[in-house]
Design a protein around this ligand. Structure first.
Ligand SMILES: NC(=O)c1ccc[n+]([C@@H]2O[C@H](COP(=O)([O-])OP(=O)(O)OC[C@H]3O[C@@H](n4cnc5c(N)ncnc54)[C@H](OP(=O)(O)O)[C@@H]3O)[C@@H](O)[C@H]2O)c1
Length: 243
């Protein structure tokens, strides 16, 4: 059976691992035929991930889009529906972070963070949800963070946006339950991805890897429709590594 799956931020890090794990699952489960719609702002990243996913036999489409831009959200959803006629899964993974003491954060840092993490995530979900509501089926993942409920000193803006995502997803779960749509909040601790930039070796050694997040996410999707994994909290075994 075909599953139309949109993954935002699929070019790098956790989103790339999610795309690859959905693609790999198509080899294990013969009735699972994912059509992966890979989304980010950087076309070359998406092309690289697409080749790797196709190697596992998955169907892949690429849509270069900035989810902070309302017109590009509309185009992303409209093009997906024109090409495939359905959306079975949305992975709200695209996210950005500016990590500094809160006294040093600028208006530009604020607007950049909120435009993707809050505005983009909100309006993309708002555009996709009615499609799932009509089908009485669907699954929306939000890759929030442990920073959606735990404060860290350098994460004031990031945490604001992630607490906001958590509030939003909990509100839409109230709509989703009545139309058989599953909402999963994925809350990872520190994962070694390009988001962190340069990381000292000793810190890298205690961080999680993107596949540590993507594997449980794909398993949650593949559970029977009657079951909804509402939260996945995934931390490095030694606990949180930043303050
Ligand atoms: N890494 C961690 O420790 C960690 C922990 C908890 C939660 N998270 C969350 O997990 C998600 C993925 O993080 P990551 O660490 O994998 O980050 P990453 O390595 O920086 O990758 C982020 C991806 O999102 C895309 N993206 C960012 N803004 C976008 C926008 N406006 N429109 C479309 N695509 C956009 C980026 O591509 P382009 O720049 O090319 O658009 C990239 O492909 C984020 O929401 C993050 O907050 C990460």
């Amino acid at each position: 059976m075909k599953h139309i799956i949109i993954i935002t931020g699929a070019g790098k890090g956790i989103g790339k691992a999610i795309a690859l794990d959905f693609a790999k699952a198509s080899k294990t489960y013969h009735d699972f035929e994912p059509v992966l719609i890979l989304v980010s702002r950087t076309l070359s990243d998406l092309e690289t991930v697409a080749v790797q996913c196709r190697d596992f036999g998955a169907a892949v489409d690429i849509i270069q889009a900035d989810i902070a831009d309302m017109a590009q959200i509309d185009q992303l959803v409209n093009v997906t529906l024109e090409r495939y006629g359905a959306i079975d899964c949305l992975v709200n993974n695209a996210g950005v972070g500016r990590f500094k003491p809160f006294t040093e954060l600028t208006v530009e840092d604020y607007e950049y963070t909120m435009a993707t993490n809050l505005k983009g995530t909100f309006f993309l979900t708002q555009k996709v949800f009615p499609v799932m509501e009509k089908n009485k089926s669907g699954h929306i993942f939000f890759i929030t963070s442990i920073a959606a409920e735990t404060a860290f000193k350098s994460s004031s803006l990031y945490s604001m946006s992630k607490f906001g995502q958590k509030g939003f997803l909990e509100a839409i779960r109230l709509y989703a339950k009545s139309c058989n749509v599953r909402i999963t909040n994925v809350m990872p601790g520190a994962v070694y991805t390009p988001m962190w930039g340069e990381v000292p070796e000793e810190m890298k050694g205690v961080m999680m890897m993107p596949e540590d997040i993507s594997a449980p996410l794909v398993n949650a999707y593949l559970l029977p429709q009657r079951t909804s994994v509402e939260e996945l909290v995934i931390r490095p075994v030694g606990g949180d590594i930043n303050e």
